[in-house]
Design a protein around this ligand. Structure first.
Ligand code: NAD
Length: 364
């Protein structure tokens, strides 16, 4: 059956890295029994330039009808001075909100071949495989009231509200527990229950859900600041880390960096299952548009390629194809090929498109 993929390459290096993903999707169509139907559209700054908005309603509708959205990255200095509602990043927030993508999955996997690129000792990170699940549509980034107001004395006050309901906590916790069952069966839930009421609610709801539905999964609670420390001390103690929007933003960046390169890190954002069992999903590398290297054919496409591998696994239920793609990436690294961001002594430097071609050769 045809699977609909919407590609939103975005700005900066987005189109360059997504071009490599496209080649890989077409390789699967030609050589495996897949029938991916690709549509390409604009999002971010490039959409603003053409349509005056970072995401048109028609592109949003296409996203809603797709089986998976693959996004490059959006933004750049050209659009930095636009008002908040027109900024390229609004495209992401709107997609996340309207597709109801409440769970953000960020694996931090350190290929043995790249362990020396980490700032931590290779033995701490080599073969690391953890998954951070960040709640994505609630918490302080969306809570009301919010805004900046003027005080009677002429100074200003900025307000954001950290708010979670038990339903919001439970649905993301279910994603974490279910995913843990397919991994090492261990969830560490992180909040600040010592100083935040909403943090205490988070802990109680996760605990209750665990007791009633997921007793078979090992559950630990950890304060988010301690988790930040433990991630650099002994990251292999974790399997799945479950956390809210704000702490997840930071902890997932920190965990990502354990692996040494932004150019290697994929992510997935998933919705709840609808009544037909369908999950909406968006897959994207965690890096941005890298304006400093855009247009030079030197960006690392592997984060985007690995994001497509997550799509194979989570949207298309093709775990063996996903593993095949992950293995192809590993083999290319083993053979010593590197884009400049992960370049080391005595390795062979390749361009964006060469890296894509090498992965395809390995798939063959
Ligand atoms: P960035 O991730 O774009 O770049 C940070 C550094 O990492 C740069 O030196 C860049 O060259 C390098 N880098 C990033 N990805 C790389 C890759 N695939 N290969 C090789 N090197 C890579 O972060 P930034 O500089 O803070 O942001 C630049 C723009 O991207 C900003 O406009 C920001 O808002 C936007 N941004 C978008 C997203 C997104 O679309 N999801 C995420 C982060 C930043």
């Amino acid at each position: 059956m045809k699977k609909k993929i919407l590609i939103l390459a975005g700005d900066g290096i987005g189109p360059e890295v997504m071009n490599e993903v496209k080649k890989i999707i077409l390789w699967f169509n030609k050589n495996k029994k897949t029938d991916f139907d690709i549509t390409e559209e604009l999002a971010g700054g490039i959409s603003y330039d053409k349509h005056g908005t970072p995401l048109t309603d028609s592109v949003l509708n296409l996203a809603l009808q797709s089986d998976a959205v693959l996004l490059g990255a959006v933004g750049g200095p050209k659009w930095d001075k636009l008002e908040f509602s027109k900024k390229p990043e609004r495209a992401l927030l709107r997609l996340r909100k309207d597709l109801k993508l409440f769970a953000n999955l960020r694996p931090a996997i350190c290929f043995k071949e790249l362990s020396s690129a980490s700032t931590l000792k290779p033995e701490i990170v080599s073969d690391l495989d953890i998954m951070i699940i960040r709640e994505l549509t609630g918490g302080i980034y969306f809570g009301e009231p919010r805004g900046v107001s003027k005080l009677p004395d002429g100074s200003r006050k900025g307000v954001n509200t950290h708010v979670y309901t038990s339903d919001e906590i439970r649905r993301v916790a279910i994603t974490a527990f279910e995913l843990a069952r397919k991994r090492k069966n261990k969830v560490t839930s992180c909040e600040k229950s010592n100083v935040m009421e909403a943090g205490l609610l988070w802990r109680e709801e996760v605990e209750e859900l665990h007791k009633t539905k997921f007793k078979d999964v090992e559950l630990n609670h950890m304060l988010a600041d301690n988790c930040a420390m433990q991630l650099v001390r002994y990251p292999k103690q974790f399997d799945v880390i479950l956390t809210d929007n704000l702490f997840g933003d930071m902890l997932s960046d920190e965990a990502g960096m354990l692996t040494g390169s932004l150019g290697m890190l994929p992510s997935a954002s998933l919705s709840e299952r609808d009544k037909n069992g369908k999950v909406k999903a968006m897959y994207e590398p965690i890096h941005g548009t890298a304006p400093d290297i855009a247009g030079k054919n030197i960006a690392n496409p592997l984060a985007s390629i690995l994001s497509f591998s997550m799509a194979l696994r989570y949207s298309f239920d093709m775990p063996s194809e996903a593993t095949m793609l992950d293995d192809a990436v590993r083999e290319v690294l083993k053979d010593g090929y590197r884009t400049q961001d992960i370049m080391e002594k005595d390795r062979k430097k390749v361009s964006t498109s060469e890296m894509g071609n090498l992965v395809i050769q390995k798939l063959h």
